[in-house]
Write a protein of this length. Structure first.
Length: 191
């Protein structure tokens, strides 16, 4: 009983310790550890977890860790995985907070953070490319991806300030509409 829990804790501790840049940067690491190496979940489950974790309150990496732990070993697995991903970051931030006034003034630390920003961008891009490559090659998902990409680029290029809540509600409304239309078509086809 303890060995699988320790494995969950240590796996997510490594992810929490060695990944900078937040949840999006961690997605690629979580997928590598949980899908490729450990085979705890499938790639399809990882995509679903990512979508659900993004739309629920809390950091995406913690939500992903909690789900994987729950699936693997139930409640205690969820606790072990969640603590594993949280504790390293918490301890690092706690340690930095003791020396924060002088920490960012150290030249090599400031330079390291500039390099980390680039690595974070690459990790986020890697996760996005993997998800797009494994996405169903059907018209509707490709249209939704294209519209979302164009909207994101226009929002960024024109520096529009749109509330995240408005974007989430619009995406939820679009998803619900698509679901209801497909359900209606399925009912009509079965008659």
């Amino acid at each position: 009983m303890m060995k699988p829990l320790l494995d969950l804790f240590l796996t997510f501790s490594k992810i929490g310790l060695f990944t900078f840049g937040g949840g999006y940067a961690m997605i690629s690491m979580i997928e590598n550890a949980c899908v490729t190496k450990k085979e705890w979940i499938t790639h399809e489950e990882m995509m679903e977890i990512t979508v659900i974790a993004e739309s629920t309150p809390g950091p995406i990496a913690i939500n992903c860790a909690t789900y994987v732990g729950l699936k693997k070993k139930g409640f205690w697995g969820a606790v072990a995985a969640t603590l594993g991903v949280v504790i390293p970051s918490f301890l690092i931030i706690l340690l930095i907070s003791f020396f924060l006034d002088h920490f960012l003034e150290i030249k090599w630390v400031a330079s390291a953070f500039k390099g980390i920003k680039i690595a974070v961008g690459i990790l986020i891009l890697d996760a996005a490319i993997k998800m797009i490559a494994k996405m169903k090659k059907e018209a509707l998902p490709i249209i939704i991806l294209s519209v979302a990409f164009v909207a994101m680029m226009l929002i960024n290029v024109f520096a529009l300030r749109i509330s995240t809540i408005v974007l989430m509600l619009a995406a939820a409304l679009a998803g619900l509409s698509i679901y209801l239309i497909q359900r209606y078509k399925d009912k009509e086809a079965s008659k």
